[in-house]
Design a protein around this ligand. Sequence first.
Ligand code: G3I
Length: 374
Amino acid sequence: MKRSCPSTTRLVPAGSSRREFMALAAASIASPSLAAKREALSLSAAARAAGLSFGSSIAAEALEFRSYGRLFASEAGVVTTDYALKFDALRPTPDRIEFGQADDLLDFATRHGLMFRGHALIWNENAPDWLKRRPASEIGRILDSHIDQVVGRYAGRVQSWDVVNEPFWPDHGSPGGFRRGPWFDALGPAYVARAFRRAAAADRRAKLVLNEAFTERDDTLGRNVRTRLLALVTELKQAGVPLHVVGLQGHLQPQYAADDQAFLAFLEALAKLDVEIYITELDCDDIAFPDDVATRDRMVAERYESFLTTVLKVPAVKMVVTWQLSDRFSWYRSREVMEARHMKRAPRPLPFDDLLEAKPARDAMLRAFASRQV
Ligand code: G3I
């Protein structure tokens, strides 16, 4: 496949060691005269120079692609589990728990000196059928023991946990717009605080994150979720719940209304609630863009740059994580999602293409990181 962005320097030339790469990164950061080599910096080094961390999610299956692992090692400073630490991945049946994939991912992160984010302890979506069949009276105990066991197993080795994922889904019509599912249906909104308190008791060092989708949209859904999220975070903080970070997923969807200034105001309102902010699942849906690959890649890059430049104006934003690094491993490429969206072409939502070559979105991210006044 033609390099989609010939001007972009490959990060770490084949064969050079991580030590040599880090020496280049350190030299480039330390000496402004070497700023011209900035584009040779990794996304992670450029993010660090802007006072934040950069990383990406990865699925355990991707570890078999050693070149992909090398791309993470050279570009990322953080790795988030895509599926391996979700309730349905860990507990396919009520009587066993499968830590193998999560252990492999933690070993990978440790080997490459990457911070490790666990995603996601409690989510009302994708719950296994056996959990949905349990009586409401058992759900609280299951929540407690799940968090004790999973957070306890990795205590001290996880930089942050997405403790509760996607608490809101207004279309479910529940009071307060909460997303329905086994946890909410049995425990009501109180499941959120219960999960955070349980996770804090199991690992005092991990940062605890409330992770939400859609807030980057400026349509009815996005504005609705922003309002409800601000109210929930206010309530949790006033109750003394150990909530340290709000994760905003950042699945950019240009086919819907967006207003980066309105989103900036939302971020500033969040930051006043004494929480840090992570962009936790950044990618850009190109479904509404033309077929031409160069045009699509350029438009995706423009959206990345506009969004990140705005977001990075807020000092409380401490991390940017993409949802995979390469188009080849994007969730938009899954058969389930492709069929549901009647896709006839391969989505290109990420900073690296199928051959792990850098795309314009990578340069756009470097420019956005460099735009941050630290
Ligand atoms: O690994 C199993 C495999 O062994 C099995 O044969 C196969 C058949 O069912 O399933 C495989 O697991 C799939 C898993 O991805 C790993 O590929 C699950 O079925 C599938 O549901 C799961 O989809 C993930 C989805 O969340 C639901 O957990 C996507 O990869 C993941 O990208 C997506 O990520 C979510 C975030 O967690 C929350 N924010 C939205 C984001 C995108 O939907």
